[in-house]
Structures are given as structure tokens and as C-alpha cells.
Ligand binder design. Structure first.
Ligand code: IPD
Length: 266
């Protein structure tokens, strides 16, 4: 895609995220219908409705681009270009009326060699927090923006001064991996935060609010947009595929804390 097409993709993704975000805002304090409830996760009827709304808007401008979303796939997910969508990231927060959740939309391009996730690169990223009305955007190679103003990662290089976010996956293996990290890091950093919306964790690192974020066992749609925004803000997005469909472990840092944090997951 050329720069003009990328700018159009960003505009359309921002509009789609704004539309889904408005629906989330309207429903935050309402009774919500759950399609599925398991021990550590909830899937809402609103997740599906938000994805449909986003897809409809994206497909109007880019009918040839397929969609790989938390709530389903349309078109060929291994095509040259694909949208990767988490319609509501932080669903459990949202379901409980906690206003810390967001919409995450990335446009990915196939770079090869393999058609696995590692063969794709995010080229456009949008994360929208409808409760704070904060819209993060990025196009690969350009500055990351928050509400149209450039952002940068923090300059903190000491763990003792760092605020680190930890994510606790909905799966047993991820939980078991992260719990000892909590115990270890809690004694070394200024504060640990566990907020429950991976895409917001990533853009908070990009904005310099957090200095790092670690999680094991999250999915591609949780990280595809936020990872790009972080890199465009000067941060480092270490990620490693895990067995299973679109599973990852990640260490998002301001770069200065890379060695101290990324090593803890390897
Ligand atoms: C979840 C959230 C949560 C993270 C989980 C994700 P969802 O995404 O981002 O913070 O810990 O690993 O799956 O299900 O709310 O879109």
C-alpha cells in the first residue's frame, strides 16, 4: 500500500474504532448479555455487535481486505493484507462496568516467509479508549500519536523507579507463568499494575505512563495494534509465538529496561 492508501486505512480504522467505542460507552452501565462465561473470561453479545460494526465500516472502504478478529474471521486470514481486530479488549472489565477497556484495530501486511503470524507485520494501528476519549494511532515508520499529538516512551532506566504492568491470561499456563513474576518484581519496582486490557497496557507504555508490560498467553488481536504504536513511540516490543492459534508472550518496554524485563519471560 502506498502512503495515501495507508492514510485512508488509518482514517477508516479511526472511524470504526470511534463507532464501536460509542456503543461501548452507551452500554457501560447497562445489563449485558453474555454469550459465554468461563472461569477467567466472559464473551458478550456486545463483543460480536462491536466487531460487526467495525467490519462493516472497514469493508465499505476496503472490500478486498480480510478480517481476523477475536469474534471471527471473514475472507482469507492468510491474504496479503488483513485487519486484526479486538472489538472490546478488556471484556471482563467492561462486563463488570469498570471503565478500562478499548477497541483495537491493526492492518497487517504479509512479509513472509511463512504464513504464520510471524510472517505478518502491522502497518497501521489504532487503539481507542472510549471512556477517556483517548485515540492512539500509528502508521509504521511514522511517529505514534495520542489524540493527534506525538508520544514517546519514558526515559526511566532503573527498575526501582519503574511502574510495570502485568497481564494475567485467561489460561492456566499463562497465569502460572506470571504469578512468580509478580512476586519477584513487586519487590524491585516502584509499583505493579494489573489493569486487564492488554492493548491499553501497550499504549500506556508507548505514552510513558508505564515503563514496561509483561504477559504470557495473550492473542494476536490483543497486541497487533498496540505493539506497532509502542514501536512507533520508540519502545521495544519483544514477542514470541506460543503453541496454539495466535498465542504469544510479550515484553513491552521503553527500551531502557529491555534486558531487565524481557529476560524474565525467556
Ligand atoms: C484480554 C485482556 C486481558 C489480558 C488477556 C486478554 P479480551 O483480552 O487484554 O488484559 O490479560 O490475556 O485476552 O478477552 O478482554 O479481549
Amino acid at each position: 500500500m502506498n502512503q495515501r492508501e495507508l492514510a485512508k486505512a488509518l482514517k477508516v480504522a479511526v472511524e470504526a474504532a470511534g463507532g464501536a467505542g460509542a456503543l461501548m460507552r452507551k452500554n457501560l452501565r447497562e445489563e449485558k448479555k453474555a454469550n459465554l462465561v468461563v472461569q477467567h473470561d466472559i464473551k458478550l453479545e456486545l463483543d460480536v455487535r462491536c466487531q460487526q460494526l467495525i467490519e462493516k465500516h472497514l469493508l465499505k472502504s476496503f472490500p478486498e481486505v480480510s478480517v481476523l478478529g477475536e469474534e471471527g474471521v471473514s475472507g482469507d486470514p492468510n491474504a496479503q493484507y488483513r485487519w486484526v481486530i479486538d472489538p472490546i479488549d478488556g471484556t471482563v472489565n467492561f462486563a463488570y462496568g469498570i471503565p478500562h477497556a478499548c477497541v483495537s484495530i491493526a492492518l497487517q501486511e504479509f512479509k513472509g516467509p511463512s504464513r504464520l503470524d510471524a510472517g505478518y507485520q502491522s502497518i497501521v494501528g489504532v487503539v481507542y479508549d472510549p471512556f477517556c476519549d483517548e485515540m492512539w494511532t500509528a502508521i509504521r515508520g511514522k511517529a505514534a500519536l495520542l489524540n493527534n499529538k506525538a508520544i514517546k516512551v519514558s526515559k526511566r532506566a532503573k527498575l526501582a523507579e519503574a511502574v510495570i504492568s502485568l497481564g494475567f491470561s485467561k489460561h492456566h499456563a499463562g497465569l502460572s507463568k506470571m504469578l512468580p513474576k509478580f512476586q519477584d518484581l513487586a519487590h524491585k519496582v516502584r509499583k505493579i499494575r494489573v489493569m486487564g486490557a492488554a492493548a491499553l497496557d501497550l499504549v500506556y507504555v508507548a505514552t510513558g505512563r508505564y515503563d514496561g508490560y509483561l504477559e504470557s498467553g495473550l492473542r494476536l488481536w490483543d497486541i497487533a495494534a498496540g505493539g506497532l504504536i509502542l514501536e512507533c513511540a520508540g519502545g521495544e516490543f519483544w514477542n514470541e509465538p506460543l503453541p496454539g492459534d495466535h498465542y504469544f508472550q510479550i515484553a513491552a518496554t521503553n527500551g531502557l529496561l529491555r534486558k531487565k524485563l524481557t529476560g524474565t519471560l525467556k
